[in-house]
Design a protein around this ligand. Structure first.
Ligand code: PEP
Ligand code: MG
Length: 586
């Protein structure tokens, strides 16, 4: 065993896990050609057929497991894998190589896979190009089965900590919850979607380490502290003991907080703040109810559109939204319409390259450009809204015309439903996510066309400070306490209140204790955060007063730097919470 080493990264999802590393993407096998005799040809072809059928079994099994653990939608990623296994042109290509060149079947397979990957990677169509990855995956699986490394991948995946250069949101979403202890990536920031999914699945994660895949080998013993953003490689016995104790202590704390379920988050001087939950998957509803959230403030629906080969139909979406609405009833659920783009882009839609840019045709821009896709979702939401307290909200609105256009399409969706004699909620409440600086600056204008606002600080910060939220190299510039960000937020809160509409915040900033304190002082009505963070947020709010928080806000309004703001908030919050600070504010 090597020497203990600490790798620092960005804390992405809290919790401690201890286990063995599995370095993803390092298992490439290089097969050398071996000449075979004429007599061996049929034996080699038989081996190919056996490997194909074994691979098919494995994929079906995997698909079933994912469907059970995470739902049918997530399992559909494997449909593309199964299609490759049945692709006659691909299989014939391998067989011909074996027959004509008299080479071993592993080599023929490897060369065919390379050939196909080369063809795929040159295709202009983004969707087809993305299939390269699936193809590579299937190729590796067949090869391993041929080499009698049956289920090698799954065995390695057995209760491991995944180390990867990067994990796309769809890869993260398809991780098997009970087999993955945690994960570490080289790139990515705290608000990258990979990190957000990890938090929602409750898997400890550290991102943006830059060097994890170089420094860690498969099989290394690891400790991940997702709260501190540290990865300890080959820990000593002493370190291991310390972390095990700490893990137990944190487990006890979770139990300890179960009493907060029924508590209402009211400040000491009687101001009631609402705390709602952010979810990505309907599977999270029980956790939302367990922590006593006052509703769902952000239901990110884009994961519906990812990891699958066809677009979700109106009926499929209707069923899912209806289930969420019913289970939360009478509590509110805010469904955010499709927010594809930026770092969330794997989808069946033929996604143009621009959408992968944070400044491109993403989110509402994409929906307005594809009204049929948008309307299908809106019809599903309108219908499901009869079953509970649903609201809808649009992401990435940057100007009033977009909002008016989106509302127009909503009206069209209603007309279509009427024509089809389908029942729906006529007066569905419409909200706007304020996550583009221009929207924050004209929030008084937008308020005329909206029933509520929700501030998306993950994007608002990246756009106002020109810092890519997924780029760890500029993570130090990603400052929620930047005076520019605070001024934008205050502007939105004031505009909303002067128009008598409520304002929520659903970005990650809304769950950080010192900012909760500051935001309450700024007059924010509602916070929406990952369910796991709700118990402490409730206790924190019940330990502070609006009056004190407002004084702190007034004071920091005159400060020049994010550091000054943060230091002052920490100092004041420490004074107020005293010995409770370590527990509630860290
Ligand atoms: C945000 O931008 O703050 C937000 C909540 O949306 P997302 O993180 O999904 O972009
Ligand atoms: Mg956003």
């Amino acid at each position: 065993m090597g020497k203990e080493k600490i790798i620092k990264g960005i804390p992405a999802a809290p919790g401690i896990c201890i286990g063995k590393a599995y370095v993803k993407g390092k298992e490439t096998l290089q097969i050398k050609p071996r000449r075979i005799s004429k007599e061996e040809v049929s034996k080699e072809i038989l081996r190919l057929e056996e490997a194909l059928s074994l691979t098919r079994e494995e994929i079906l099994e995997l698909k079933k497991k994912i469907a059970q653990e995470m739902g049918e939608d997530h399992a559909q990623i494997f449909d593309a894998h199964l299609l490759f296994l049945e692709d006659r042109a691909f299989i014939e290509d391998i067989i011909n190589k074996v027959k004509k060149e008299k080479v071993n079947v592993e080599y023929a397979l490897q060369e065919s896979v390379k050939k196909y990957i080369n063809i795929f990677s040159k295709i202009e169509d983004e969707y087809l190009r993305e299939r390269t990855y699936d193809f590579q995956d299937v190729g590796k699986r067949i090869l391993k089965n041929m080499l009698k490394q049956k289920k090698a991948k799954e065995e390695l995946f057995e209760k491991s900590i995944i180390i990867a250069h990067d994990l796309s949101p769809s890869e993260t979403a398809s991780l098997k919850k009970d087999k993955i202890l945690g994960f570490v990536t080289d790139i990515g920031g705290r608000t990258s979607h990979t990190a957000i999914i990890a938090r929602s699945l409750g898997i400890p994660a550290v991102v943006g380490t830059q060097i994890a895949t170089q420094e860690i080998k498969t099989g290394d013993e690891l400790i991940i502290d997702g709260s501190k953003g540290e990865v300890i490689v080959n820990p000593t016995q002493k370190t291991l003991e310390e972390y095990k104790k700490e893990r137990e202590r944190r487990k006890r704390l979770i139990k300890k907080y179960s009493f907060t379920k029924k508590l209402i988050p009211t400040t000491l001087d009687g101001k009631e703040i609402k705390i709602l939950a952010n979810i990505e998957f309907p599977e999270e509803i029980s956790q939302v109810l367990d922590v006593g959230a006052q509703g769902i403030g952000l239901y990110r629906t884009e994961y519906f559109y990812m990891n699958r080969v066809s677009l979700p139909s109106e009926e499929e979406q209707y069923r899912a939204y209806k289930e969420v609405a019913r289970r939360l009833q009478p509590l509110p659920v805010t469904i955010r319409t499709l927010d594809l783009g930026g770092d969330k882009f794997l989808s069946p839609i033929r996604v143009p390259t621009e959408i992968q840019s944070f400044l491109g045709q993403r989110a509402i821009r994409f929906c307005l450009a594809h009204p049929e896709v948008f309307k299908t979702q809106l019809r599903a939401i309108l219908r499901a809204a009869l079953e509970g307290n649903l609201k809808v909200m649009y992401p990435m609105i940057s100007g009033v015309e977009e909002l008016i256009e989106a509302n127009k399409i909503l009206e069209e969706a209603k007309k279509e439903l009427k024509k089809q004699n389908k029942r729906f909620k006529e007066d569905l409440k419409v909200g706007v996510m304020i996550e583009v600086p221009s929207a924050a600056l004209i929030s008084d204008i937008l308020a005329k066309y909206a029933d509520f606002f929700s501030i998306g600080t993950n994007d608002l910060i990246q756009y106002s400070l020109a810092v890519d939220r997924a780029d760890e190299k500029v993570a130090y510039l990603y400052e929620p306490a930047h005076p520019a960000v605070l001024r934008l937020i205050k502007n939105v809160i004031d505009a909303a209140h002067s128009m008598n509409i409520e304002v929520s915040m659903c970005g990650e900033m809304a769950s950080e204790p010192i900012f909760i304190f500051l935001l309450i002082g700024m007059g924010l009505d509602e916070l929406s955060m990952p369910p796991s963070l709700i118990p402490k947020a409730k206790l924190l709010i019940r330990s502070i007063s609006y009056k004190e928080a407002h004084e702190v806000f007034k004071k920091v309004s005159g400060f020049s730097s994010p550091k000054e703001v943060e230091d002052y908030c920490v100092k004041e919050l420490r004074k107020i919470l005293k010995e409770k600070y370590e527990e509630l504010a860290i």
